[in-house]
Design a protein around this ligand. Structure first.
Ligand code: HEM
Length: 223
């Protein structure tokens, strides 16, 4: 597609970060399930032996946490709730049926994506804190057994919620055709942006128009 028909959506640093998260999260989730459910011990073979699972699982979790904190810094401002989100939520039945009304303004991320974003950030924080408390090698000696038991309980609940949320996230990414390509190459087509994120599309177009106006004004002055 002609480059002029594309809009830049996701910076390279965020795309790299997302790839790292996908790989480390998959390994951490599968190894974590093998630790929690003995019947799923085969999932642990993604990291080799059960001993390696015990050693590597917490480090992988820390990498996912650090990478997600980077995404939090980069993307939080695009995920702040606003009044347009209320209209999007009110039309959720039409969105699910694939007939999203064109008059509902949607910014860079829609209300569903924002909910997912904050859900992911909250759950990874719970997983990180509880994970540190129960990390036998370095930290668990500093906590009483009651706190460690509570940490194990909340770690398991948060992990299951996050895995379910990520399955939903990946499903939505496949469902909205073109968004995975945007996460890989960084740009999306104008048609995709207009259809799925109308307000963001308008803002980007205004910015491009203003930039072009400025360049042509400067060229006029220097003539
Ligand atoms: C195979 C699995 C995954 C796929 C296909 C996928 C796909 C995507 C896509 C396409 C986007 C960009 C959406 C857009 O530009 O509108 C995105 C954003 C994002 N993804 Fe994933 N992702 C996957 C796994 C994960 C995992 C495991 C995490 C975290 C644990 C994650 C966290 C995020 C976050 C935080 C964003 C930014 C969303 C926002 O700012 O609202 N993703 N993902």
């Amino acid at each position: 597609m002609n480059k002029k028909e594309m809009i830049y959506r996701t910076p390279l640093s965020v795309r790299f970060c997302h790839i790292g998260i996908v790989i480390c999260f998959l390994l951490a989730a599968l190894s974590g399930l093998s630790l929690f459910f003995p019947s799923l011990h085969l999932f642990g073979s993604v990291l080799g032996t059960p001993q390696l699972v015990r050693v590597l699982h917490p480090f992988l979790g820390c990498v996912v946490f650090i990478l997600l904190m980077f995404m939090l810094i980069k993307l939080a401002h695009h995920n702040l709730p606003n009044k347009d989100d209320v209209r999007w939520v009110k039309n959720i039945d039409k969105v699910i049926a694939g007939n999203e009304p064109s008059d509902v303004p949607v910014g860079k991320y829609n209300a569903g994506q924002k909910f997912l974003f904050w859900g992911i950030m909250s759950l990874i924080t719970v997983l990180f804190i509880t994970g540190l408390i129960m990390w036998r090698r370095y930290f668990s000696d500093y906590f009483p057994i009651e706190i460690i038991r509570l940490a194990i309980f909340f770690h398991a609940i948060a992990a299951i919620c996050l895995i379910l949320l990520i399955i939903g996230h990946a499903y939505m990414a496949i469902w909205v055709k073109g968004s995975i390509k945007g996460m890989i190459v960084g740009s999306v087509s104008r048609a995709w942006a207009r259809k799925n994120h109308s307000k963001w599309y308008r803002d980007e177009m205004e910015k491009t128009y203003k930039d072009e106006q400025q360049i042509s004004n400067q060229q006029e002055i220097s003539k």
